[in-house]
Design a protein around this ligand. Structure first.
Ligand code: ADP
Ligand code: ZN
Length: 515
């Protein structure tokens, strides 16, 4: 067993820290015991030290599998700058370079060797030349199609434990729910790995969700008082990233787009400018941010709904890694839900993806503390509301919504459950829309019975009715609204319905935007 004093000295000497963060010590002890380990720790929690510190103290080499070929050189340079002997191995190297590497391994000049999963075929000679004591698998969720960032090359990694059964493995990730955790251990052939699950609570991140209308105006007022702060805006499409960054530039912000359509060199440049505070705002598709160690990101905005809570949590987790208060803002729109549903349906395991999307949607429509919902999704039960999310700061007021509900439900009934949400609202509000007239809906007895309620308020109320189980959407049938058996109780048995006062919520939000 490694002595406490040596651990502390090494931590100070190479990393400059005086003490361990929660779990780091326990994980490192477990590595030295020779266990396989699975580490689930939020972004910024301090995963790297859990394998880098043992690497320095073990006699041989630690192999690090990392998906980020683009960042490998930077990671290795960063380690070298701290005096840690590190190198990387990938397919871009010449044979001569690889021979050099092997001879340095022979001479025991390397402690950490980074390898991309695509380069697994080069690993066997390393085992002969390098005496590998530990295998670290970073971003381990990439192995699981249950996770949110599946990478086919990762599926080959199970080979390592089979081929080298006595070398301990440490798998690390920031995002994995229970099912994904089990899948990771199964695929990596480390069924009895010790699991270390850190708290996911990031108290310094404020959470806020707003309806996704007039998004640019909302973003602009959000940013007005945040000039010169670093932030990321996540978008679903490349086109959005380009348009948004152009609009922000026009308003005098230093914004850049980042997406998979850029060349490698362009991407590296955008990333570097962001890291060095030359570019304040990055409008990115989800490809951005993985593995970036930038501690002063002050805010993260989701321009579109993410497809699940793991992705969302990982992305907001890129804000406030220095522990200082940071803001996150998610725009929720019905159109995004529909689009993501289509993606999910066309994915390999649509059932799982649809269920995850449903949880995402519930979160964004929540009327109770969002952090509690989020943490409970990762298996952490919290007894108290957080006080740092929009629902806590501005709890909804409930009112007796029975009459509104009856109006909506009877309209759906009269439309024979054949129409989507937009038509239901048009009929409720007595819209003069030609689609309404074409179908003769102006003849219905409920036509225009609730024209005093604004369109977007109706949208909110209907979403609440869905969340409360009175209405369902037929996703496979043109998103028609259907009544459930609960709805019949409201229509025919006078059951009471409680609705949150969305008018109040929206007004408060607008106030907080313009503040
Ligand atoms: P992760 O890989 O979990 O996202 P990192 O390993 O990159 O996190 O660590 C996040 C930040 O926290 C880094 O800036 C790192 O230097 C810092 N850090 C890690 N461990 C400690 C510690 N024991 N004390 C102080 N800072 C630490
Ligand atoms: Zn809260």
């Amino acid at each position: 067993m490694i002595e406490e004093i040596r651990l502390k000295e090494t931590l100070k000497e190479y990393f400059g820290y005086d003490s361990f963060r929660p779990l780091q010590r326990q994980i490192i002890d477990s590595v030295f015991k020779g266990n396989d380990n699975l580490v689930i720790m939020p972004t910024g929690g301090g995963k790297s030290i859990c394998f880098q510190l043992p690497a320095l103290l073990l006699p041989g080499v630690t192999l690090v599998i990392s998906p980020l070929i683009a960042l490998m050189k930077d990671q290795v340079d960063g380690l070298k700058a701290n005096g840690i002997p590190a190198a990387f191995l990938n397919s871009s190297q010449t044979e001569k370079e690889q021979q050099e590497l092997f001879s340095r391994l022979d001479k025991k000049e390397i402690k950490l060797l980074y390898v991309a999963p695509e380069s697994l075929q080069y690993v066997d000679p390393v085992f002969q030349n390098g005496n590998i004591d530990l295998i670290a698998i970073d971003e381990a969720h990439c192995i699981s199609s249950w996770g949110h960032d599946f990478r086919p090359a990762y599926t080959q990694l199970g080979y390592l434990k089979n081929r080298y059964p006595s070398t301990p493995v440490i798998a690390l990730t920031a995002t994995a729910d229970k099912a994904t955790r089990e899948d990771i251990c199964r695929q990596l052939n480390i069924p009895s790995a010790t699991q270390h699950i850190a708290s996911f609570d990031r108290e310094n991140l404020s959470l806020e969700v707003r309806p996704g209308n007039k998004k640019f105006e909302q973003i602009y007022s959000f940013l007005k008082n945040r000039r010169r702060e670093s932030g990321i805006i996540y978008c679903l499409s490349r086109k959005n990233t380009e348009e948004l960054s152009a609009k922000l530039q026009a308003k005098g912000f230093n914004a850049k787009a980042y997406h998979a359509g850029l060349s490698h060199a362009e991407r590296v440049q955008v990333q570097e400018e962001f890291i060095n505070d030359q570019t304040e705002i990055i409008c990115a598709t989800i490809a951005f941010g993985m593995g970036i160690d930038k501690s002063n990101v002050r805010w993260v905005i989701h321009y579109n709904l993410p497809k699940n809570l793991e992705g969302y949590y990982q992305e907001i987790g890129r804000a406030g890694r220095d522990g200082l208060p940071s803001s996150t803002l998610l725009f929720h729109s019905y159109a995004d839900v529909l689009q993501l549903q289509k993606f999910a349906e066309n994915s390999g395991n649509s059932e799982v993806q649809l269920a995850k999307l449903e949880r995402m949607k519930q979160y964004s429509e929540a009327l109770s503390c969002r952090r509690r919902i989020l943490l409970s999704y990762f298996g952490e039960l919290v007894e108290q509301d957080c006080g740092n999310c929009d629902v806590c700061k501005n709890p909804p007021e409930f009112f007796d919504g029975t009459i509104l509900a009856q109006k909506a439900l009877s309209t759906i009934f009269r439309l024979k459950e054949e129409e989507p949400i937009s038509m239901v609202i048009d009929v409720l509000r007595g819209s003069q829309n030609s689609h309404v007239f074409e179908k003769g809906y102006q003849e219905l007895s409920t036509y225009g019975i609730a024209s005093d309620v604004a369109w977007r308020d109706w949208q909110q109320y209907l979403i609440q009715l869905m969340n409360q189980g009175y209405v369902e959407i037929a996703f496979h049938d043109q998103n028609k609204l259907k009544l459930t058996s609960l709805a019949k109780k409201v229509l025919f048995e006078n059951e009471k319905v409680r609705l949150a006062d969305v008018v109040h919520i929206v007004k408060e939000k607008e106030k907080s935007v313009t503040k």
